[in-house]
Each structure stands twice: as C-alpha cells, then as structure tokens.
Design a protein around this ligand. Structure first.
Ligand SMILES: [Zn+2]
Length: 411
C-alpha cells in the first residue's frame, strides 16, 4: 500500500502488523481442507496527513460478498438494536407515510422490516445474492447491487430521492470510500439525512479490540477522519452518537453540505476526546502493538495450561473477527477442539486458516466442557445470560478481550 485511499498522501505509518491471514468470512467445507488456502498480510497503518487508519485492499468486496455467511437476524441484540434505531430515526427525520428510506448493505432485511412494519416505502441495496434473497422472502424490497455513484443515481431516477439513507456496518467494508460516499449523496434528497454506523477507532485502540481488524474492514474511523470521508462526497457531519455496539461504534448523522448547518456540541465533544487520546498524532497509536501482543500471550498461556491440566476448552461463536484472533494467536484444534455457532450455514464447516470445526450450539451441553471461550466478546451481557447453563456442571466462560477474563456464571 503506497497511498492513502482518502487523501492520496504517501505518509502512512505502521500501527500493528498481524501477520498474514485468510479472509475472515471464508469458512472451509470439509472437501476444502486438503486444498491450498491463500493468506494475505494484515497490517494496519495510519495516514499522518488525514489520519484515516487503513489496511491494504487485497480482497475485493466482490469476492467477500458473493456468498456471505453473516445473517444479521441470527443475533437477538442486533434485531432489537435495529428496531430502536428505526423508531428513533423516524422521529428525528420525521418519517411519514410519504417518506422513502434506503438502506445500503441491508443484509437479510433485519432493519428494513421495521420500516415495512410502519407502512413506509423502502428499498434495500445488498450485494450478497444469498442474503438479499432472504430479505426479499421476508417482504423487504431488495436490489442486489454494490453502491457506487452510478447505482445511487439509477435508484434515485427510478424511486426518487430518499428522505433517509442508512448505511450501518458497511462504511469500513468498501475500499472506494470516496465513490461510496458519492453514491450516498446521489441517493439522498437535497434536504435529507444519511445515518451511518461504523466502529469507532477510539474504542478500538483504547480497549484493545484488535480482532475487529480484518481484510473485510478496509478503514477504521475516528469522527475526525469520518467527517473528512463524508466531505469527499459532498456530505457534512451534523451530529454523532456513541453506541456500545461492536465494543464501541459511532452513529454519524450527515446531510448534503448545502443543507447541513452547524454541527452539534456532541460532535465537538467527541473530536476533543479523540484529540486528547492523541489520535491526530502518532503518540495515540504508539502503545497499541505491544498491547496486542499481550492478548496473544495471555490467551495462549491460558489454553496451554488448561490443556496440560487435562481441562477441556471449546469455543462459542464463529464470527469473522474470531478468525483474526485465532489466526494471530495460532490457536488450532489441539487447543480449541471446536467452536459452535447459531448460524446453520457454518455447521460442518471449519474456521479459515486455523481449521477449527464449527458445530451446532447443542454440542456444548452434550459435552459439558470446563471452559467456553467466547469469540463474540462484544455481546458479553447477552451471552453471559444465554450461556448461563454451563453453570450446571461448573463450566466457566472465558472472554479474551479487552483482556483475558474468566467468568463464573450464576444460575
Ligand atoms: Zn490520508
């Protein structure tokens, strides 16, 4: 990677080098286990001119999203998050029976179904063929496309401008951040709103969430760098909310520059926090690499000692980010016999790179392991409750991040 994808600068400084890993959503079927598996360098750098943190765009979204394994509706907390969002957004934007809402990367319709329920016209734009088909079956109109300026203009010509454009958990997934932002601008009405949720680099750094760095996330935003990215497509940041999702996300509210007006106090407050954390200079990034190395040592020490005591450890969840953690730490089935996932698509498959079998969740109660390593640590509250049944045989939950913690669950 030689140039910053937002500002074109050549001044890119290393933040953390996680080695070479396969694409984190490329779960293997049994007949792929004897085939070669490509791995790509996973090296996070930050541009010292615009401060956009980024990894090299080695895997195109077309490769990732052709057949995507992530169905948002499998997470109870995501569905609830979406319902609350739609209620709040309807109030802020003043959505009524004549409004039009577009969601980009609408997945299986987990969010837009709440818009449909309110009788508001909507359209999802979702690149994955299999996931988009699930949305249409659930009654959510969905177009199978990637968003770029041409798609945005075509949708506007056919359906009219959108009063609200939602782009949640996608703004990091597109290497052409400028073209994507221009696409958002062509979708939205001149007095409309754009709402974007994306992981916050401030909490990623502060809370050591390095497993959320993977090939499908091309860039990592502060509010400062997100505002620059929005401006590249003619949008102005108006407001920001801090959310607990993904361990810490930002919800950006933007409008076409000519309609935007002054940003709120909250924008200034978050920008101040980012500046105080040193994220507009190299000092804020300096310690991160050493803290990442400590997560690896602590997890390996725990797994090796458990194995030597003859105790059993299995995984819970097979999220994409689990694969950054497992690959970076070098955890294979001798240390983690299997993991389980609620998504039946993954059952009988293997984690990329580390080749750990993925089974159905019922396996845990059948085997009664001593420890369950929770890979989607960001859903901690939800999972401590869901997995409380391990208490029956004295099992414990292990959370690897922000630092290794072992949780004794109560009945
Ligand atoms: Zn830059």
């Amino acid at each position: 990677m030689t140039r910053c994808r937002l500002c074109g600068s050549a001044a890119l400084a290393s933040v953390v080098d996680l080695g070479a890993t396969p694409p984190c959503e490329s779960f293997l079927s049994a007949d792929q286990l004897d085939l070669p598996e490509p791995a790509y360098p996973l090296h996070l750098r930050v541009c010292t001119d615009c401060w956009l943190a980024q990894i090299p765009p080695l895997i195109t979204p077309e490769e990732t999203f052709k057949e995507y394994a992530y169905f948002s509706s499998f997470s109870t907390s995501w569905v609830e998050h979406a319902r609350t969002f739609v209620a709040d957004a309807a109030q802020r934007v003043g959505l009524g029976p004549d409004s039009f809402v577009v969601e980009v990367a609408s997945n299986d319709g987990y969010l837009l179904r709440h818009v449909v329920d309110r009788g508001i016209r909507c359209l999802g734009i979702e690149p994955s063929v299999n996931v988009g088909a699930a949305a249409r079956e659930a009654g959510v109109p969905t177009l199978t496309e990637f968003l770029d300026p041409a798609t945005g203009a075509a949708v506007r010509a056919e359906h009219g401008p959108a009063d609200l454009v939602v782009a949640n958990n996608v703004y990091a997934h597109i290497p052409d951040v400028v073209g994507f932002t221009q696409g958002l601008r062509s979708l939205v009405a001149d007095d409309g709103w754009v709402s974007i949720e994306v992981q916050h680099l401030l909490t990623l750094i502060e809370e050591n969430q390095y497993d959320t760095i993977y090939h499908e996330h091309f860039q990592y935003y502060t509010v400062a760098s997100a505002a620059r990215a929005l401006a590249s497509g003619g949008l102005s940041l108006v407001d920001v909310e801090l959310l607990p999702t993904h361990g810490g996300s930002i919800r950006l509210w933007a409008r076409p520059a000519e309609a935007a007006g002054e940003p709120t106090r909250r924008v200034a407050e978050v920008l101040d926090r980012e500046k105080a954390a040193g994220l507009q200079e190299l000092s804020g990034y300096a310690e991160f690499s050493a803290r990442v190395a400590k997560v690896r040592r602590d997890l390996l020490r725990f797994l090796i000692e458990a194995a030597e005591r003859g105790e059993t450890v299995v995984g819970y969840g097979a999220p994409g980010k689990g694969n950054t953690l497992l690959n970076h730490c070098g955890v294979r089935p001798d240390l983690l016999a299997y993991t389980v996932d609620r998504n039946p698509y993954k059952h009988g498959r293997f984690t990329p790179g580390t080749r750990i079998p993925i089974l159905a969740p019922e396996q845990i109660a059948a085997d009664r392991p001593d420890y369950v390593l929770v890979l989607p640590w960001n859903l901690r509250a939800e999972l401590v409750e869901q997995l409380s049944f391990v208490h029956e045989w004295g099992g414990r939950l292990v959370f690897p991040i922000p630092e290794l913690s072992i949780v004794e669950v109560k009945s």
